[in-house]
Design a protein around this ligand. Sequence first.
Ligand code: AMP
Length: 282
Amino acid sequence: MKIIKEISEMHEYTAKLKKRGHSTGFVPTMGALHEGHLSLVDRASAENNKIIVSIFVNPTQFGPGEDFDKYPRPLKKDLKMLKETRKVDCVFTPDRDMMYPPGAASYVTLENEMANVLCGASRPGHFKGVTTVVAELLNIVKPDRLYLGQKDAQQALILSKMIKDLHYNTEAVICPIVREKDGLALSSRNAYLTPEQRDTAPILYKSLQMAESMVELGERSAETIKKEIRRKIKESGVEIDYVEIAGTEDLAPAEIIAGNVLIAAAIFVGKTRLIDNTIIKI
Ligand code: AMP
């Protein structure tokens, strides 16, 4: 498994892969890897013959006062984990100055409501950071396929749109959410939870499951479902950031459950912000 830090070396490496006719799958991450990340590697490995993973904690997607400084960076452990999969050919680990050289002032932004709702409403500027760093990474890695998790549903939608709008020659592949046995979606941020908070955290998934049952039983009012989700979360003493039901294409708020809708929520367990979602297809 090759470890590359320099952008110029990455350009050379990917050019060589192209010349030799390899198909490439790319999994961008911020490290602190878990089975969710590895599921993307597995999928990429099933569909491509060369796999590239990036590890970069992207400063531009964190707002002031967010957890950029304390975000876990267990690089050695991550590299060991990736090596042990025997599926990863190259790990790209650029540093901050390489991705954002002093004086860099160019950004990629999705300028419509999709970037301003749900997580975009609570984290202003977050998606500008995400689209910018992924645009950079796509320019550097030039993969045939880009692997993204449904865990970050809004991010996956926004990046798929960016790829289409800007004619990147890459296919976005969105992979299912990997969960703990009790339903908690795997996240690098779960490491922040105290044992007590960890016991409370599955309320997020449980409330989404309750919403799914409500729809199965015939409930079609988005407002009623959101109210019930909020009630259930509040009961457990957890603070709600948002609970939204939106169209899966444009993230426009849905009033009625019909077609494909995304039910997404974010909560604060202590200071830790957790997100989760489910897609309902009727
Ligand atoms: P991150 O390191 O948090 O930026 O995540 C890197 C990629 O892994 C993103 O595409 C995430 O959506 C995906 N991911 C994170 N957690 C999970 C999970 N529990 N299941 C599936 N994919 C995930």
